[in-house]
Design a protein around this ligand. Structure first.
Ligand SMILES: [Zn+2]
Ligand SMILES: [Zn+2]
Length: 195
């Protein structure tokens, strides 16, 4: 019944338990969408917050939002992507909702066509949450073309994946939250991850 592609993904079924590697069905890219073969994915504290139950979420779900890989296929209307183009994936944001308007695009609360139904299901047809509208803990993802940023072919994927969240978050903390200007002398005091 389902016409998608079988892929392996790391699925969250129960917080506090290990992710399970499962075969899921990934729908083909629709209009304006891109299918990406993931080469590397970072893991972010936001992912961990779902894994350990600190953040509520619908399950089963595939998380991960720092993906690097190459274009495997494109949907109708996508003209800017060439096959095998190297890229990173970003979380999706509309640019106009309350959160986007207040410089918090990661919290964007607009509903998009890929949200329901999402591109992931189990082999029995059960919906699987497309975590962060990205779901990079998988062999492939389908995302909107606005979520992909081309990168140089020579950039190693494991390094490039960090550009999708960790580097942006760090840069934002320095340039926007702390408002440190270029050339300023600063001291960084005892950063420690919580949780
Ligand atoms: Zn993140
Ligand atoms: Zn928004």
């Amino acid at each position: 019944m389902t016409t998608g592609r079988l892929i392996k993904a790391a699925v969250l079924r129960e917080p506090g338990h290990p992710l399970t590697i499962e075969e899921l069905v990934l729908a083909p890219p629709g209009p304006g969408e891109v299918e990406i073969r993931i080469a590397a994915s970072g893991i972010c504290h936001s992912d961990v917050s779902y894994f350990n139950g600190a953040w509520e979420g619908v399950r089963p779900a595939v998380y991960g939002h720092e993906g690097a890989g190459v274009v495997a296929a494109v949907g109708p209307g996508v003209t800017e992507m060439r096959p095998e183009q190297a890229l990173v994936t970003l979380v999706r944001a509309c640019g106009t909702c309350f959160f986007c308007d207040h410089e918090q695009p990661a919290l964007c609360d607009t509903s998009f066509p890929l949200d329901a139904p999402g591109p992931l299901t189990t082999k029995d047809g059960e919906p699987v949450v497309h975590g962060f509208r990205t779901a990079t803990f998988a062999e492939r993802v389908v995302v909107h073309e606005s979520q992909v940023v081309p990168i140089p072919d020579e950039l190693p994927y494991d390094c490039a994946s960090l550009l999708a969240c960790g580097v942006l978050t760090g840069f934002g903390a320095v340039a926007k939250t702390a408002r440190v200007e270029a050339g300023a002398h600063i001291v960084v005091i005892g950063p420690e991850a919580s949780g």
